[in-house]
Ligand binder design. Sequence first.
Ligand SMILES: Cc1cc2nc3c(=O)[nH]c(=O)nc-3n(C[C@H](O)[C@H](O)[C@H](O)COP(=O)(O)OP(=O)(O)OC[C@H]3O[C@@H](n4cnc5c(N)ncnc54)[C@H](O)[C@@H]3O)c2cc1C
Length: 382
Amino acid sequence: MDFSFTPDQEALRDQILEFATRELTEGAIERDRGGVFPHDLWEKCGEMGLQGLPVPESHGGVGLDSLSTAIALEAFGYGCRDGGLAFAIGAHLLACVIPVWRHGSEELKERYLPGLSNGSLIAVNAITEPDSGSDAFAMKTRAVSVEGGFRIDGTKTFASNGPVADLAVVYAATDPDRGFLGGITAFLVEKGTPGFSVGQKFEKMGLRTAPLSELVFDDVFVPDDSVIGGVGGGGPIFNHSMEWERICLPAIHLGTMRHLLDRAVEQARTRKAFGQSIGKNQAISHRIADLKVRLEAARLLTYRSAERLETAGTVGLDASMTKLLVSESLVRSALDVVQIFGGYGYMDEYEVERILRDSIGSTIYSGTSEMQRNIIAGWLGL
Ligand SMILES: Cc1cc2nc3c(=O)[nH]c(=O)nc-3n(C[C@H](O)[C@H](O)[C@H](O)COP(=O)(O)OP(=O)(O)OC[C@H]3O[C@@H](n4cnc5c(N)ncnc54)[C@H](O)[C@@H]3O)c2cc1C
């Protein structure tokens, strides 16, 4: 399999890397300390088209294929030092824009895709509930059919972008006895809809610039045309969005891993102890060799999966393997780089402890590592 970049992919990568390095690095330490969501940078990313990379140009996006989307997101992750912002954009694009683009009615696409792609709208994906995370389809949120639409009742939690979102992709049970296949429906709910509110906001270990909250639905009326992809079709729509998220959020992580490698090599060359650079110690240089191997292996799997998103009939196994490998590699590499930096690695001004804190969520969101292993084992007939 040949992943040599086309001239267009190279130009795209360079353009996004240059943009992210220039615009998205300053002030990340302060924003992380204060837990500040950078609304202005979100809009700048929208001007670059990051929130709508694979969306067709006819709907306001950039119109990239899935592999080029992954290449662009890696460049974004490499240049952007605000891990919370990168995650917020990834969650918006992969768990919200994808379902509207791939499953929404023409009317929903025309109404929302341009704004979702150009940074003027922020979306949140809401499936997790206080009593159901991994077992997401055991949700208690109900949508009951009424004249002209549905009434939604329930509480969602851990909703990334929740406090700042204009639009929510919400999953609710319309036929609880049927569960995943036929029992769950995806809805689009606009901010300001009566009964829809932001609940508790959470302080987090990492990704502190990506705000996260509960979302409360108290007898919220939504019209029939707010259904994405048909009543009862929510389960497969959610799984499809997770295939994109489990492949393309890792693409952002590849960029972070590349940044970690650069930082480790520089530190190993310049930091002196016992009269020589610390990289002369095999204990350090071998760790860095492992960073490189992890990055290259993670990239190959991610690119192959990204290509298969559009060429293979089913990519559930690819998505889980990619998500598992890349997230665990990212955490491992971040931990190694903190250790390579010694005491400096523990201090926030060196910015590697933040990457470690940001990375840990990656083994939890979009389905935990344990759930990915369950899915992979299931594909193996276990
Ligand atoms: C930073 C962050 C952002 C998030 N963003 C969103 C978002 O935007 N929208 C949204 O809806 N949700 C979001 N989530 C929620 C996330 O998807 C859930 O936290 C995750 O799916 C796990 O669910 P849970 O927290 O309820 O844990 P649980 O499901 O209660 O799991 C607890 C532990 O048990 C393990 N476990 C559970 N079942 C099994 C099993 N069958 N086999 C083996 N182990 C098992 C899990 O792996 C985990 O280790 C986010 C979470 C985080 C941390």
